[in-house]
Design a protein around this ligand. Structure first.
Ligand code: AMP
Ligand code: ZN
Ligand code: ZN
Length: 398
């Protein structure tokens, strides 16, 4: 009988993985090289005693919603359906925005769903997709997004969840901070202001560590520091007005800035194509089915027929954008080609599951999902884009 139980435990991964804790942290817009500015002593300890990847490659487009959902589903946006922060279903006339919780937009299975299915309780303090209308797709503990919620209070809640009795306590947790994204847009990635935000994120990590020390969990918890994308400098001088270029033609445009989707009317299709193709300076024009393979951005009916991707630091704009710009001068942005290093985020992890003082090259954010499955010893789904073999070697037991 003992042998059968042992075999069962090995097969289910319980013996291999124990009953681990993982906290997945997202510092929105925290660029890969922000850790080299000499203002992050606590993150540095993670680098020294944990795993540090050179950078974390986001998925295209390097925007907040597509990438948080790629991290948590292991899927590229063309497969998980959140192809931008805001986009439309031009057939039904419905629009997706950052407050949309209707289930059908969100394809794939978030890690918290997989974990709960495997008997692991989960908690999320803000993460795109964590408050879907279908409650069976939510973590056991989650919160409605409040942009102004003080950061320390978010951490306090996490620590409180970790003090719940064992049968109610979450083992997979995630938490989100907008700090470096908000300030990165306002002041740019090379400003003194962003250095203060980077420092603020470092202090938040210290605050979280103190909380974990107080409840005696600091040695048991694995903490993964991630970001959804980086940030690059932009300028009013580097803009291309697509609306002006297509003046007099009929189409629907979605998005803008680093990338734009254009759904042409049937009657103007060829004219629009000719103009967009002919004017390709500082941006690239693709028909959906010809978007180069490495973007993984063509196999989804919600992507418009034409896709425009700006060169790094350039902006694709509409007529009223310049006026808006005068009221709110944005100095930094993201959304460009995900292979541009400026668009890369961080991946730094420390805890019992990880190698110590280990450095590796760039890792891909879709691979975090299979990594989490491996840490928790739960089966790898077959149908995801993430691959354990590209990242699993950072684990101490692999
Ligand atoms: P962006 O820089 O446009 O890609 O998006 C960043 C913004 O996303 C942040 O400033 C937040 O206001 C917003 N955001 C992040 N997470 C959520 C969420 N779970 N629900 C609603 N908005 C969010
Ligand atoms: Zn973001
Ligand atoms: Zn942003």
């Amino acid at each position: 009988m003992k042998k059968i139980i042992l075999l069962f435990l090995i097969l289910t991964g319980v013996l291999i993985a124990g009953n681990p804790y993982v906290i997945l942290v997202s510092f929105d817009g925290f660029r890969w090289d922000y850790v080299n500015r000499g203002v992050t002593p606590n993150i540095q300890k993670f680098i020294d005693y944990g795993v540090h990847a050179l950078s974390l490659r986001p998925a295209f487009p390097s925007k907040t919603f597509p990438n948080h959902y790629s991290i948590i589903t292991g899927l590229y946006p063309q497969n998980h359906g959140i192809i931008s922060n805001r986009f439309g279903n031009l057939h039904s006339g419905e629009w997706f925005g950052m407050r949309t919780t209707k289930n059908n937009w969100w394809v794939g299975r978030a890690f918290w769903e997989t974990a709960e299915y495997n008997g692991i309780t989960t908690g999320t303090y803000f993460w795109p997709g964590s408050r879907l209308d279908d409650e069976t797709r939510r973590p056991t503990y989650s919160k409605v997004y409040e942009h102004e919620k003080p950061y320390e209070e978010r951490i306090d809640s996490l620590i409180k969840w970790l003090q719940f009795p064992k049968e109610k306590r979450p083992h997979f947790l995630s938490i989100y901070f907008d700090e470096t994204d908000t300030k990165g847009h306002m002041y740019g990635p090379n400003s003194p202001e962003i250095n203060l935000s980077i420092q603020r994120c470092d202090s938040l990590l210290s605050y979280m560590i103190l909380g974990l020390e107080k409840i005696g969990l600091i040695d048991s918890v694995n903490i993964i520091l991630t970001s959804d994308h980086g940030m690059t400098e932009i300028s009013k001088e580097r803009t291309i007005n697509i609306e002006q270029m297509l003046d007099g033609l009929e189409y629907t445009a979605t998005g803008g800035d680093p990338f734009m989707m254009i759904q042409p009317s049937e009657k103007d299709r060829e004219k629009i194509k000719t103009r967009l193709e002919a004017n390709q300076r500082h941006y690239k024009f693709y028909e959906r089915e010809n978007v180069p393979e490495y973007y993984y951005y063509s196999k989804n009916g919600l992507i418009s027929d034409f896709v425009l991707i700006a060169d790094l630091g350039w902006m694709l704009i509409h007529n009223d954008d310049l006026e808006k710009w005068d009221n709110y001068a944005s100095v930094g942005t993201h959304g460009f080609d995900h292979n541009q290093l400026d668009m890369h985020g961080i991946f730094i992890a420390k805890g019992p599951a990880f190698k110590k003082g280990y450095k590796t090259g760039t890792v891909w954010n879709v691979d975090i999902y299979p990594l989490l499955c491996e840490i928790f010893g739960i089966p790898q789904p077959q149908n995801i884009d993430g691959k354990l073999e590209r990242i699993g070697f950072i684990l101490d037991f692999n």
